[in-house]
Design a protein around this ligand. Structure first.
Ligand SMILES: O=P(O)(O)O[C@@H]1[C@@H](OP(=O)(O)O)[C@H](OP(=O)(O)O)[C@H](O)[C@H](OP(=O)(O)O)[C@H]1OP(=O)(O)O
Ligand SMILES: Nc1ncnc2c1ncn2[C@@H]1O[C@H](COP(=O)(O)OP(=O)(O)O)[C@@H](O)[C@H]1O
Ligand SMILES: [Mg+2]
Ligand SMILES: [Mg+2]
Length: 371
């Protein structure tokens, strides 16, 4: 909890649709009760003239906004920016987005993970080149290379045979379509918090069906089609998802933490499918910056806890110093708590220095510090 009497300001800069879905009265009230004021940033005025903000929360792109954030960071070096534009940029290209998954190492005996086979196509000639089709086999999904949040960047095509290639407009990513039982898992990440939900996806394509299908099928945002509360029992029943088993949460959490560190991002989700050929193989197909958190159960509490974690730094420095790493000098702990604050919470920073640090009852540190 924030120290008595201390309040923190978080400025937000979001597109109207996002603001509508995210800045709900329930979130604003809960945050306020915990000492955090959520304040709308006026994007028509310089950011540096507004505030003061202990943190800026944003999902806006473009050169002007980037340079506003840079000026703000220069003048407010202790403020937290969620998240850094440079880190977000990786997610705007569907190749660099998944590269980070391929580089991730996670020890697990029972499950494996990866990405589907994919290639990037910049021109029509390569699209019809035999070499391309030595690497991939039909059906494939054609996805725009750019994933910048525009409607165009969500327009996909499921391509069944060479005939379906004619309509495609490079630059695109061709990704092998993997049968996954028509259910996709969305793993929401908010700092340390990880939550996995089920959504409807594209149905499986059998070999027989493949031969009888016409060239291609266009679609967009298939898992977002129903407007229901997407994680509740009604949605699961309506979409016949109730029988689908979720992936092991500890495995998803390991992947989420690995991605968070590798990407230097706090607010994202990733889409996972389970390959029906092997019931224990998981493929990550998409990573989104600052997704629709309203659809994550208990989003107000999770986000408020996270905001506190980000801004109530001073209180936490003291807690870390007093309770957890007594044998370490104050300087080390304070450096750990304040370095790299744009990306990781102070527990993680301390963990980097004291890798196996636990509290006296053997619990992991993160469980012992509650803001
Ligand atoms: O608003 P929602 O709830 O549909 O959220 C969208 C996300 O849906 P999800 O939470 O994954 O179900 C959506 O995820 P998908 O790409 O559909 O998997 C995107 O993150 C989308 O942002 P953008 O258009 O890529 O910038 C998100 O849209 P914005 O809210 O950021 O416009
Ligand atoms: N390789 C794949 N195999 C099977 N289904 C896929 C694959 N890639 C995408 N999909 C389906 O297409 C949908 C949209 O693809 P995705 O990469 O998540 O794009 P978007 O950024 O628009 O959400 C997914 O939610 C899933 O239903
Ligand atoms: Mg997706
Ligand atoms: Mg996406």
């Amino acid at each position: 909890m924030a120290g008595e009497g201390s309040r923190f300001g978080i400025g937000y800069a979001l597109l109207p649709k996002k603001e509508n879905s995210f800045i709900r009265e329930s979130l604003v009230k809960l945050a306020r009760s915990r000492g955090i004021d959520l304040v709308k940033i006026d994007t028509g005025r310089p950011l540096v003239d507004q505030g003061p903000f202990d943190c800026v929360l944003h999902k806006l792109y473009g050169e002007d906004w980037r340079s506003q954030l840079e000026d703000f960071r220069y003048q407010n070096p202790n403020a937290v920016i969620l998240d850094s534009p440079a880190a977000i940029e990786r997610l705007h290209d569907r190749i660099s987005m998944l590269q980070v998954v391929s580089e991730l190492k996670i020890e697990n005996q029972n499950e494996t993970f990866g990405i589907p086979k994919q290639i990037v196509i910049y021109d029509k000639e390569t699209l019809f080149d035999n070499q391309t089709w030595e690497l991939l086999k039909f059906p494939v999904i054609a996805k725009p290379l750019v994933a910048d949040g525009s409607a165009k960047s969500h327009k996909m095509a499921l391509v069944f045979n060479p005939e379906g290639l004619n309509k495609l407009k490079p630059p695109i990513v061709l990704q092998e379509f993997v049968n996954h039982g028509g259910v996709i898992f969305k793993v929401y990440v908010v700092g340390e918090h990880v939550k996995c939900v089920k959504r409807k996806s594209l149905p499986d394509v059998s070999e027989e069906k493949l031969n009888s299908l016409e060239g291609s099928l266009s679609f967009s945002q298939v898992s977002n089609l129903a407007t229901h509360q997407k994680s509740d029992d009604k949605y699961y029943k309506m979409m016949h998802l109730e029988d689908t088993e979720l992936p092991p949460l500890s495995f998803m959490t390991d992947i989420a933490r690995g991605l968070r560190r590798a990407m230097n991002l706090n607010l994202f989700n990733f889409d996972v499918i389970r390959d029906t050929r092997f019931g224990n193989r998981y493929l990550i197909i998409d990573i989104n910056y600052f997704p629709g958190y309203l659809k994550m159960p208990g989003y107000e509490t999770v986000l408020t806890d996270f905001f506190c974690d980000m801004v109530c730094r001073k209180d936490r420095e003291v807690a870390v110093e007093k309770d957890l790493v007594g044998e370490f000098s104050q300087e080390v702990v304070i450096a750990a708590a304040t370095d790299g604050r744009q990306a990781l919470s102070c527990e993680e920073e301390v963990r980097k220095i004291v890798p196996n640090s636990c509290c006296s009852d053997g619990e992991e540190m993160e469980n012992s510090i509650q803001v």
